[in-house]
Write a protein that binds this ligand. Structure first.
Ligand code: ZN
Length: 173
């Protein structure tokens, strides 16, 4: 009997639970949206109970924003949630999150972050881990390739962008 219940449970998981790759692909679509707007190609989605509750993308250049990184945009677009909601969320982001976005994750007690690419840029992953956040790095080729294309085509813009934050998105000790 238990085996039958387990089998049904596994079938349920396979058919109804979406994978990290599925959600990362939606985040990647957001990154491409920013790229097509002339912006930095970083996208994010916030997922609760296996459902996307918000999407966001980097808006610094196209909207002259100071704080709307992809992750901040997704968190903002989810609206003002309650603690009970945030603790059920996972943030998917195409690029390793900076100190600001990691800070927002920690502040709102989001327990898990899935990262598409940390080879193009390393953010504040240790800050997340030191604060008990589960960090999963996919190093998804599609995320890496998109950011690589951006760097190839916009190296001057990117150098200027990084100079604004003292050339690092890591923890400043
Ligand atoms: Zn950020």
């Amino acid at each position: 009997m238990m085996n039958i219940i387990n089998s049904y449970f596994i079938i349920f998981l396979v058919f109804f639970m979406k994978s990290d790759e599925y959600f990362m692909n939606i985040a990647l679509q957001q990154a491409k949206l920013s790229f097509n707007q002339g912006g930095i190609p970083i996208g994010a989605v916030l997922v609760k109970d296996n459902k996307i509750i918000s999407k966001g993308h980097n808006r610094l250049i196209q909207d002259s924003s100071v704080i709307f990184h992809g992750e901040m945009d997704a968190i903002e677009n989810a609206g003002r949630l309650n603690y009970e909601d945030y603790i059920k969320c996972t943030l998917y982001t195409t690029l390793s999150p900076c100190t600001m976005c990691s800070g927002a994750v920690i502040l709102y007690n989001i327990p898990k972050v899935v990262i598409g690419d940390n080879t193009s840029l390393m953010g504040a992953e240790n800050l997340l881990k030191d604060n008990g956040v589960e960090v999963i790095v996919l190093n998804d080729k599609k995320c890496i390739d998109l950011f690589d294309k951006y760097l190839q085509e916009n190296s001057e813009k990117w150098i200027k962008e990084l100079s604004k934050v003292g050339n690092t998105t890591k923890i400043k000790k």
